[in-house]
Design a protein around this ligand. Structure first.
Ligand SMILES: Nc1ncnc2c1ncn2[C@@H]1O[C@H](COP(=O)(O)OP(=O)(O)OP(=O)(O)O)[C@@H](O)[C@H]1O
Ligand SMILES: [Mg+2]
Length: 305
């Protein structure tokens, strides 16, 4: 919960800071496309045509804000999975399509659909890192564990470079006890994976949380990012800080004194997929987190603006 909201607003914050960003909508519901102000019915090209290899990535993207490009989605994407069923290498079509543009953007961010399938696999195959937005409710850890199994599977079979970069707590109410319990469980779980070969061995819960904020829920209805809709609300403040954190971490990781940058290395031009919740098709050797007992329910009341 929070994938599309996070992609739209983190991308907008990065682009607003002058970085060149491309976002990819891989969801047939086209929520990211709508959030950025486009009507999916008007999309002629987009992710469907790129995945069915009838359009090139660079021809299908649209400049939707200064420094911000979108590969839009429409309902045709629903059919992509069955249309590609006999195509060899169908999980890596997006990765191949994006190869030609990897030097043109500072960030590529992919919004994955809610379920596992060919679309999501294309997102995970194309990404270097997964950012997992997580709403800390009482079923969160169950979905989180399944998601990690999927990522581990993709890491093993399709994309060895894939790793979980971070967990972003969304709709977080720090006054309630359950969100803090879920967060502690996840931190504990991640700490146990340190030094292993799991895709999440270096993942962290981001120290910035996205508070529940009604403005974040309203902005997509106007086709606006949170910075265009209400730039002084909690949602704008939180996403601005997350974008700063992501960018600062990347700068530190690619700092020449700390880690020499290798020409053409993917870390220079990060491609991030937001996580999906889905059922993997097999078990992995890495353990998954246990579920926090549902002793409390998260308050539905929004925090004040
Ligand atoms: N911090 C927040 N505060 C209030 N509402 C939020 C917040 N984050 C997201 N929402 C709202 O919650 C709903 C789900 O969010 P979003 O669409 O980002 O989730 P998603 O993970 O992309 O969902 P899906 O799996 O369907 O693609 C949306 O209506 C969104 O506007
Ligand atoms: Mg979504």
């Amino acid at each position: 919960m929070g994938k599309t909201t996070s992609v739209a607003n983190i991308a907008a914050a990065l682009a607003g800071a002058g970085l060149r960003v491309v976002v990819v909508d891989l969801d047939p519901q086209a929520h990211l496309t709508i959030h950025l102000g486009l009507e999916p019915e008007t999309v002629e090209s987009g992710s469907y045509k790129v995945l069915t290899q009838s359009a090139k990535f660079e021809e299908a993207i649209l400049l939707v804000r200064p420094h911000l490009w979108l590969l839009p989605a429409n309902i045709n994407l629903v059919g992509a999975e069955s249309e590609l069923v006999s195509v060899v290498g169908r999980e890596t079509i997006l990765r191949e399509a994006m190869r030609s543009v990897e030097d043109k953007f500072d960030y590529s961010i992919i919004d994955c659909p809610p379920s596992l399938g060919l679309l999501a696999l294309n997102g995970l195959a194309a990404a270097d890192e997964v950012l997992i937005p997580l709403q800390p409710h009482f079923l969160a850890l169950q979905g989180f564990g399944k998601l990690l199994q999927t990522i581990q599977l993709v890491n093993k079979r399709i994309n060895p470079a894939l790793k979980v970069g971070g967990i972003l707590m969304c709709m977080f109410d720090r006054r309630a006890s359950l969100p803090n319990e879920v967060k502690a469980d996840i931190e504990n779980f991640l700490n146990n994976a340190r030094g292993t070969n799991c895709a999440w061995a270096e993942a962290e819960v981001l120290p910035i949380y996205i508070r529940r904020n009604i403005k974040l829920a309203e902005a997509p209805g106007y086709g606006k990012t949170i910075f265009e809709y209400e730039q002084n609300c909690h949602g704008a403040e939180d996403y601005r800080k997350v974008a700063e954190l992501i960018h600062n971490q990347l700068q530190a990781a690619t700092e020449p004194n700390i880690q020499p940058a290798v020409a053409g290395e993917s870390q220079d031009r990060p491609c991030v997929a937001t996580g999906l919740l889905s059922q993997p098709d097999s078990q992995t050797s890495c353990s998954e987190p246990t579920q926090t007992s549902p002793t409390h329910r998260e308050s539905d009341k929004p925090e004040s603006q």
